[in-house]
Design a protein around this ligand. Structure first.
Ligand code: ZN
Length: 417
C-alpha cells in the first residue's frame, strides 16, 4: 500500500510526500501510488502526540466541573469510576480516539483501567498508543499484589495482539497512591523489559507534603532513591518542583508531560517550570489529561494554552515560543514514548496530519508555526494518516455516528447508576 500526498506545504514549500507501508519513504518526487491525496491548500504536519490522557474519561465530560480537586476526584469521579464496566471503557476510549483523530492526534499515552478494552478500541480506530493499567494500591500489601498481577495480565494481553501500534507501559498512578514495593518492582520490570513508566508527578502542593510524610522527601527525591528516575520515566504534570529536582530529572533523562489546561482548570496554583526544564535538558511533551479536567482532547488548544500560561505566569512574552509548543506536541512526545514519529522525515513512521490553510483563521500565512500554535484549533485538521493508513479524509471518520450515539448513551447510563 502506498500513498502520495501531492503538492502539500512542508518546510516552507510545496512538495510531495510518498508513504509506503507504514513509513514516510520519500519527500520531494511525484510518483505512482495506490492512493493520491491532493495536498493543495494544506500543510503537512506530524501527527500530534497527546502524551498524557485518561481516554475513557470522555464519558465524564462536563459531569463535574468547577469543583476543587479533592471534591472533584473523591466526591464525583471516583464514585462513578467504581461503577464503570469494560464496555463503558471501550466506548469511552472510542469516543476519545474519534475526538483525537479529528484533532490531528495520531498517538496517545493513556493510563486507566479495563485497558484490554482500551487496546481493542485503539486497534479498531487505527491509532497508535502507549497504554498502561493505572495502579493504585493505597499501601495495602494484598492490593499491591493484585495490582501488579493486573499489570502483568494487561501486558500479556497487549503482547498477544501482536500490533506494532500498541505498546504496553507501567502505570503507577502517583507516589501518594502507590507503595514503595510496587514502585520498586516496576523499576525492575522497566529495566528488564524496556517498558516506559507513566506516573503523575508533583501535580499539586499537597502531593509534595504527602510524599514528605510517607517517604521523608519530595516525590522526585523519593523516586530517585528507588532508582525510578531514568529515561523510561514519563512524568505527567511535574509542576511543583524545586530547581534541584528539575536538574536531577535532566541528568537522569526523564521525560515530562505538561498539561496546561488541566493544571489551570484544577487550579494547581503554580505554572510548569518550563524555563528550568529547558535549561536542564529535560525532554518535554504535551498532553490534555482526561476530558473531565480539560474538557476536550484538542492538542492545538493545549499548545496555545501552554504558551500563554508561561508568558502570563513569568511576565515574559518571549518564553515558550510557537515552534517550541509545536515541538512539545510532536517530537517531544515521540521522544518521551520512544516511537519513531513526531517528524515528517524519510524513514519515520507515516503518522501525518494535513491541516487546511483555506480557513479564515489560517489566512494570511506569515508563519505556519504561529498559525498552528496560536490560530488553529482541532477543526482545521482535514486528513489524518496513522501507520500509513488514512483514518480521516475531508474530516470524515468511519463509524463516527455510532460512536457518538453509543458513547452518549453510555455516559448518561453511567451517571444514573
Ligand atoms: Zn492525569
Amino acid at each position: 500500500m502506498s500513498i502520495l500526498i501531492e503538492d502539500v506545504l512542508l518546510g516552507g514549500r510545496d512538495t510531495n510526500v510518498f508513504i509506503e507501508g507504514n513509513i514516510i519513504a520519500e519527500i520531494g518526487r511525484k510518483q505512482e501510488a495506490d492512493i493520491v491525496l491532493d495536498g493543495r491548500g494544506k500543510a503537512c504536519i506530524p501527527g500530534l502526540i497527546n502524551a498524557h490522557t485518561h481516554a475513557a474519561m470522555t464519558l465524564f465530560r462536563g459531569y463535574a466541573d468547577d469543583l476543587n480537586l479533592q471534591e472533584w476526584l473523591e466526591g464525583k469521579i471516583w464514585p462513578l469510576e467504581t461503577k464503570l464496566t469494560a464496555e463503558d471503557v471501550f466506548w469511552g476510549t472510542k469516543l476519545a480516539c474519534l475526538e483525537m483523530i479529528k484533532g490531528g492526534t495520531t498517538t496517545f499515552n493513556d493510563m486507566y483501567f479495563f485497558m484490554e478494552e482500551a487496546a481493542r478500541a485503539v486497534l479498531e480506530m487505527g491509532m497508535r498508543a502507549v497504554l498502561s493499567y493505572g495502579v493504585i494500591d493505597l499501601f495495602d500489601e494484598g492490593k499491591a499484589e493484585k495490582e501488579i498481577e493486573a499489570t502483568q495480565d494487561f501486558i500479556r494481553s497487549v503482547e498477544a495482539l501482536k500490533s506494532s501500534r500498541i505498546n504496553p507501559a507501567l502505570g503507577p498512578h502517583a507516589i501518594y497512591s502507590v507503595s514503595r514495593g510496587t514502585l520498586e518492582s516496576f523499576k525492575e520490570m522497566a529495566m528488564d523489559r524496556g517498558f516506559k513508566v507513566h506516573i503523575h508527578l508533583a501535580e499539586t502542593e499537597s502531593e509534595i507534603k504527602q510524599s514528605k510524610e510517607i517517604y521523608g522527601r519530595g516525590p522526585v527525591r523519593a523516586l530517585e532513591e528507588m532508582g525510578l528516575l531514568g529515561p523510561w520515566l514519563v512524568a505527567a504534570h511535574s509542576v511543583w518542583l524545586a530547581d534541584a529536582d528539575v536538574r536531577l530529572m535532566g541528568e537522569r533523562g526523564v521525560s515530562v508531560v505538561h498539561n496546561p489546561t488541566s493544571n489551570m482548570k484544577l487550579a494547581v496554583g503554580r505554572a510548569f517550570p518550563y524555563k528550568n526544564m529547558r535549561a536542564a535538558g529535560v525532554n518535554i511533551a504535551l498532553g490534555t489529561d482526561g476530558a473531565s479536567s480539560n474538557n476536550n482532547l484538542d492538542m492545538f488548544e493545549a499548545m496555545k494554552l501552554a504558551c500563554l500560561l508561561q508568558k502570563f505566569y513569568t511576565r515574559d512574552p518571549t518564553v515558550l515560543r510557537a515552534e517550541e509548543a509545536v515541538r512539545m506536541a510532536t517530537g517531544g512526545g515521540a521522544a518521551a514514548l520512544g516511537i519513531a514519529a513526531g517528524k515528517i522525515e524519510e524513514g519515520k513512521l507515516a503518522d501525518v496530519a494535513l491541516v487546511s490553510l483555506r480557513r479564515p483563521e489560517m489566512v494570511p500565512l506569515f508563519s505556519l508555526r504561529s498559525n498552528i500554535a496560536y490560530s488553529a484549533n482541532a477543526s482545521a485538521v482535514d486528513t489524518v494518516i496513522c501507520d500509513g493508513k488514512i483514518l480521516m479524509e475531508d474530516r470524515r471518520v468511519d463509524g463516527e455516528e455510532e460512536i457518538l450515539r453509543r458513547a452518549g448513551e453510555i455516559a448518561r447510563n453511567v451517571a444514573s447508576r
